[in-house]
Design a protein around this ligand. Structure first.
Ligand code: DC
Length: 225
């Protein structure tokens, strides 16, 4: 039996892509690659270096020069991998609210997308990979053997983020999270280059009424077909 070698998972923020992708990769013995962390790393670096985020040329330069190291997890603190930039372990830093608030704007810059999607494509084309993002099935790896578009309502996605925050002991305001989810969706779906949308040949799954396990079972069954 041959499994699909290149698996693309796209969808909006907090739709469960990483949970699904990580588990699939673990089962199949594939590399799990979350492309969102690259956009987050560029955003983090711009904030760290006080680069004006509205200065497209300066942010694009950063994206071309940034050496983002993604390696297997060195700590058992819930991370799927280590993300290191400039010698800093930024695995959790890139999940901070300042990064959340700015990453959609940074990822809308065409030059940033070009720099990062070239690297993603090189990694993806080696095969045996589960790549997760917004434009993997449409732009980065249109030749993927299996494409999944994982959707969920904004209410449900905000609820999941809210519960995640509470379970980590962080303060959390549902209405604020919902407003941010809606704003990020707006930017991600309306940008000129590589907007978030399902590839014509993607399997579209709505996870509102499905548990993470049910989503996984549907997709792994497809992989085994
Ligand atoms: O999946 P995430 O929330 O970590 O993604 C962070 C941001 O990066 C998100 O607002 C959209 C952008 N992104 C993108 O434009 N293309 C990708 N392939 C992955 C993420």
């Amino acid at each position: 039996m041959t499994h699909p070698s290149i698996i693309a998972i796209d969808g909006p923020a907090a739709s469960g892509k990483s949970t699904l992708g990580f588990k699939l990769a673990e089962t199949l013995g594939y590399l799990f690659f979350d492309t969102g962390l690259m956009y987050r790393a560029v955003t983090w670096l711009a904030l760290q270096r006080n680069v004006n985020l509205k200065d497209e040329a300066a942010v694009t330069d950063l994206a071309h020069g940034v050496p983002i190291e993604v390696t297997p997890p060195s700590l058992e603190d819930g991370r799927a991998c280590d993300v290191v930039v400039d010698g800093h372990d930024i695995t959790w830093e890139i999940r901070r609210p300042e990064v959340d608030a700015n990453v959609s704007a940074v990822s809308a810059y065409p030059g940033v997308r070009q720099a990062l999607s070239e690297q993603q494509r090189r990694i993806g084309m080696r095969g045996r990979v589960v790549m997760v993002g917004r434009d993997i099935g449409t732009v980065v790896l249109p030749e993927a053997d299996l494409k999944v578009y994982l959707d969920a309502s904004s209410d449900e996605r905000a609820r999941r983020r809210h519960e995640e925050n509470l379970s980590r002991g962080q303060q959390s305001d549902f209405d604020e999270i919902l407003a941010k989810v809606i704003e990020r969706d707006r930017i991600d779906t309306t940008r000129a280059v590589a907007p978030l949308k399902p590839a014509p040949d993607a399997l579209i799954l709505d996870s509102d009424k499905l548990s993470a396990e049910q989503v996984y079972q549907q997709v792994i069954a497809l992989c085994r077909k």
